[in-house]
Structure formats: structure tokens, C-alpha cells
Design a protein around this ligand. Structure first.
Ligand code: GTP
Ligand code: MG
Length: 350
């Protein structure tokens, strides 16, 4: 999963990036630098299975964070922002909103940021409408005409100041749109970067931006980036102590991960194979055979069955033999819908 951190200059993007990744990139230097980090997704289930089974390796799911500059904070008045190509490849975006500085105006900043995202997509739409129309005139390309119609639909949405993610598209349209990597088609996790003295007011801050939220498409997390960045540098015990003192329930990075999983509609399953316990991320609703393909294309191609154990049963019975004896290792076919936390061994033949 790839998450792109965006926001107006000096909104705390790099601070939040450091808090999420444990990196220690320079903040407050107006450098607008881009940073990238891959983190392991903390997963108690992998921890527990690794302890039970003592494999050679325990491999966690990963999330990539991109601290991406390019937005001006000027909204409609800005020229098209300089969007890095990397940012367009992210699965979801995390707009960091300044709620800490005395002159902050979160509602305006959110609107401006959305307007800049719209602007960036409008440029792509316009360019492609131009190119497509010329090609259709020259060649009479039928498939191209359909795509042109879709792009015109997008133009109407964007010109109306709306995000593509709020528009209904049918599957075949979505498939075409994927190639354009539109920013406004990505789910958004707003990060309200609140002042160290406002931590207790986090809920209140969240409700102030509620109008910008839409279920399944946008969510919001409030955190004090500055403190969170300091917290990740501490060891576990110290961190726990400080968090209790400050009234922080869970580290920002955990909140961000949990919210982005649900925003993107993904879950994880775990494989136990020889020397390795490993977590994998898949879209909710994925069938067993397709899930096997995430591990290895051969497993999907030669899929026979999936042996599925519920994680809690693994903890209770501990060994594979005991699980089998208790009838807790079920054999499932290719249509079985994988559930979050399933421990799976794929049987395949190629
Ligand atoms: N008080 C307070 N200051 C913060 C917080 N988060 C960030 N800052 C300060 O805001 C300034 C900008 O932070 P950065 O993380 O560099 O912001 P940025 O968005 O990456 O900035 P550019 O990349 O230059 O656009 C720094 O001086 C930070 O210390 C916060 O939660 N509370
Ligand atoms: Mg920065």
C-alpha cells in the first residue's frame, strides 16, 4: 500500500512523515524536499505466530509513505501544481492540514488543497481531450470516441469543483480511468496537525471538518505531528509513559494504518510456509485463488485448495497436528472469500 503525504507548504508534511516512518528528516527548513520510506505494518498476529512457530523469518506487510511537495496552498489562484509522477502512483493521499499555527484556517486550507487537486486533474483531462479528439478526427477511432465521452464527463465534474471520487462510474469506466492516475480519484485521509496544547480537543477539531468527509472515500485523523515525531524516537517503555501523560491512546502511525486499511477496503491474511511467517494485504472480498496469486502466480495458476485456520484457533491449539485433530484446519475451494486474519496454506500443482 502506498500513501502520499500532501499539503500546503509548512503544514507539517515532513513532520508527519517522520512521525509515521521514524525517519529524522529536517523539518521547518522550507526546503519542500521529497522523502520516501517503507515501514513494516505492526501486526500482533505475525508476532504471535512467529513466537509459536519459531520460523527463520517473520515478514510483515509494508506501507510506503511519500512526503510529496508541490502544492502551493493558493487554491484556485494557483497555477497547476507541480505534481510528482510518484504521487500519482499512490493508492491514497494524506493531506496534512495545519491546525497548529496561530493563523491556521483548516477549512480554507482543505478547500484550497482540493481545488489544487482538481486543477491538476483538469490539466490532464484537457490535454487528453485535445489529443483524443484530434486522433478521432484523423482515424475515426470508435473506442477512442467512448473514452473521449468519459473524459468529457470527468471535465464536467471537475469544472463543477467536484472530485472524481464522488462521481459514479461503472467498472469499465473505472478501468479506463485508472490509466490516468487522477489525484481526485484517490481516497483521502485528512491529517489534522494540531497544536501540542490541543490534543484533548482532537475530537472537536475533527468535527469542524466533518463537512468534507464522505463514508468510504474520506476519513480524518487528528494528531500533533511534532509530538508524534518525538515519540517515535523513544524506546517502547518511555513512549508508553509519555503517551499516558499526554492522553494519546495509540501512536499516530497506528491510527493512520488502521484508517487507511479501512479507507482502501483492504485486509490481511497470513501464510505459514516452511521457514516463513508472512502477512499479505488484499482487497476485502478477494477469493482464495486470487489471494494465492498475491503470494505467487504459480499458486494461483495451479490452485487446488486453501487450508484455512482462524488465527485464534492457532493460538488455542498451537500445533498443526492439534489443529487438524480438532477439525480447525478447513479445506476451502477457490471461491472461498478470504477473511482478515486467516492463516492460510495454499495447495497447488504446476
Ligand atoms: N507547534 C507545532 N509545530 C509544528 C507541528 N507540526 C509541524 N510544526 C512546525 O511547522 C514547521 C513546518 O514543518 P514541516 O514538517 O517542515 O512542514 P512541511 O509541510 O514539510 O514544509 P515544506 O516541505 O517546506 O512545505 C516546522 O517548524 C515544524 O516544527 C505541530 O504539530 N505543532
Ligand atoms: Mg517538508
Amino acid at each position: 500500500m502506498k500513501l502520499g503525504i500532501i499539503g500546503k507548504p509548512q503544514s507539517g508534511k515532513t513532520t508527519v512523515f517522520n512521525a509515521a516512518s521514524g525517519h529524522q528528516e529536517a523539518v521547518g527548513d522550507f526546503s519542500q524536499s521529497q522523502h520516501r520510506a517503507v515501514i513494516k505494518v505492526p501486526d500482533k498476529r505475525v508476532d504471535v505466530l512467529a513466537q509459536l512457530l519459531s520460523p527463520e523469518r517473520a515478514i510483515y506487510a509494508e506501507i510506503e509513505f511519500l512526503d510529496a511537495p508541490g502544492f502551493t496552498g493558493k487554491g484556485k489562484d494557483s497555477h497547476a501544481p507541480e505534481i510528482s509522477r510518484d504521487l500519482r502512483l499512490m493508492d491514497a493521499l494524506m493531506p496534512v492540514i495545519d491546525c497548529f499555527s496561530p493563523a491556521s484556517s483548516p477549512q480554507k486550507d482543505i478547500r484550497d488543497l482540493l481545488d489544487e487537486m482538481i486543477l491538476a486533474d483538469q490539466v490532464i483531462v484537457e490535454n487528453n481531450i485535445d489529443k483524443k479528439s484530434r486522433k478521432i478526427q484523423l482515424t475515426g477511432d470508435k473506442a477512442g470516441a467512448k473514452e473521449l465521452e468519459l473524459l468529457e464527463k470527468c471535465r464536467t465534474v471537475l469544472d463543477g469543483g467536484n472530485l472524481l471520487i464522488d462521481t459514479d462510474f461503472i467498472d469499465s469506466e473505472r478501468k479506463i480511468l485508472r490509466g490516468y492516475t487522477f489525484l481526485t480519484l484517490k481516497p483521502l485521509l485528512f491529517v489534522l496537525n494540531i497544536d501540542e496544547n490541543s490534543i484533548s480537543r482532537a475530537e472537536e477539531c475533527k468535527s469542524e471538518v466533518a463537512q468534507y468527509l464522505a463514508p468510504g472515500k474520506r476519513d480524518v485523523a487528528a494528531m500533533c505531528g511534532k509530538i508524534e515525531m518525538e515519540l517515535v524516537a523513544l524506546d517502547c517503555d518511555e513512549r508508553k509513559m509519555f503517551m499516558d501523560d499526554l492522553g494519546i491512546e495509540s501512536p499516530a502511525v497506528e491510527k493512520v494504518i488502521q484508517k487507511s486499511y479501512s479507507l482502501l477496503g483492504v485486509i490481511s491474511f497470513i501464510t505459514v510456509a516452511g521457514p516463513e511467517v508472512r502477512a499479505w494485504t488484499i482487497p476485502k472480498g478477494t477469493a482464495a485463488q486470487k489471494a494465492a496469486g498475491v503470494v505467487h502466480t504459480d499458486m494461483e495458476r495451479g490452485f487446488i485448495r486453501a487450508e484455512v485456520v482462524k488465527f485464534d484457533d492457532y493460538v488455542k491449539y498451537e500445533t498443526h497436528a492439534a489443529l487438524k485433530a480438532a477439525g480447525k484446519a478447513r479445506l476451502e475451494g477457490k471461491e472461498y472469500v478470504v477473511q482478515d486474519g486467516d492463516v492460510i496454506q495454499f495447495r497447488f500443482n504446476v
